[in-house]
Design a protein around this ligand. Structure first.
Ligand code: SF4
Length: 266
């Protein structure tokens, strides 16, 4: 297997700094880990609005998790219908609740706040349907632990920057970024890469990357030497902007992400 690209720490720092200047930084927060896990599961294959609606409906229907555990799966599915893939998500939620209840007799995952990021990752990894992206999101957004989630935008940008191999899997991208991105950058770089992917480093089917407007062009393997005017996308130059992303990788992303509609535009 070819080696993982060697990326200078200074390059990572510059990319982080430039995106920080463009998109800003956030204050991390600690919240209920189980709420977080369920919310992130509900966010698969839908947008933020529908995720919030599904989660609010779930909590209103089942004010405590024991009620949800004792309810038929179809009732959970009805409560989260707005978020899509309701039957599949309901089964996963019920199974997670069952595992937690059988292990500890309650649903209090606050003990995770006192664990290391690796210990939290190992704990969350036991649940069916909970992959590296979901785990990283729970760590970042609910436990204030260092983690770097790779979604479709981040994966595309990592390939274009040259931070991961052309044929890297999404799991490999998670492993690479866990080591490559300093802990203190992880939360902001993740969020800012998504913002960059939505606004500038767009997928081929969404207009292509606007390398002429890109603040990290000098750090990017794909765009560094391209002559592109501001406002123009690379598609205008008849170059395939997704040539680093193979069909196999796209399918893998679709499986991991199950929708994120921008990612499935091809
Ligand atoms: S230069 Fe182009 S391909 Fe590279 S990160 Fe910027 S927009 Fe994306």
């Amino acid at each position: 297997m070819p080696d993982t690209p060697v990326v200078a720490p200074e390059t990572v720092r510059i990319v982080h700094q430039k995106l920080l200047e463009q998109f800003g930084s956030r204050t991390p927060s600690k919240r209920d880990p189980l709420d977080g896990l369920i919310l992130i599961l509900l966010s698969q294959a839908t947008n933020d609005v529908n995720t919030d609606r599904a989660f609010t409906s779930l909590k209103a229907t089942f004010p405590d998790w024991k009620m949800a555990l004792d309810a038929p799966t179809e009732s959970i599915a009805d409560a989260i219908r707005r978020g899509g893939l309701a039957n599949q998500k309901a089964a996963r939620i019920k199974e997670i609740l069952r595992q937690i209840w059988e292990a500890q007799g309650d649903f209090d995952l606050a003990f995770l706040h006192d664990k290391s990021a690796d210990e939290c990752e190992a704990y969350l990894n036991q649940f069916h349907g909970v992959g590296p992206k979901t785990i990283a999101c729970v760590l970042m957004f609910f436990l204030d632990k260092p983690a770097f989630a790779v979604d479709t935008h981040v994966f595309r940008i990592l390939k274009r920057l040259g931070w991961i191999r052309d044929k890297a899997s999404v799991d490999e991208a998670h492993r690479v970024c866990k080591a490559l991105v300093p802990d203190e950058f992880k939360l902001d770089l993740h969020i800012n890469m998504i913002a960059h992917g939505r606004t500038t480093c767009r997928a081929d089917g969404n207009g292509g990357p606007k390398c002429g407007d890109c603040v990290i062009k000098a750090q990017c393997d794909f765009g560094r030497d391209l002559k592109v005017s501001p406002g123009k996308s690379v598609i205008a130059l008849s170059r395939d902007p997704d040539f680093f992303v193979t069909i196999k990788q796209k399918k893998e992303l679709e499986k991991v992400d199950e929708m994120e509609s921008e990612a499935l535009e091809s």
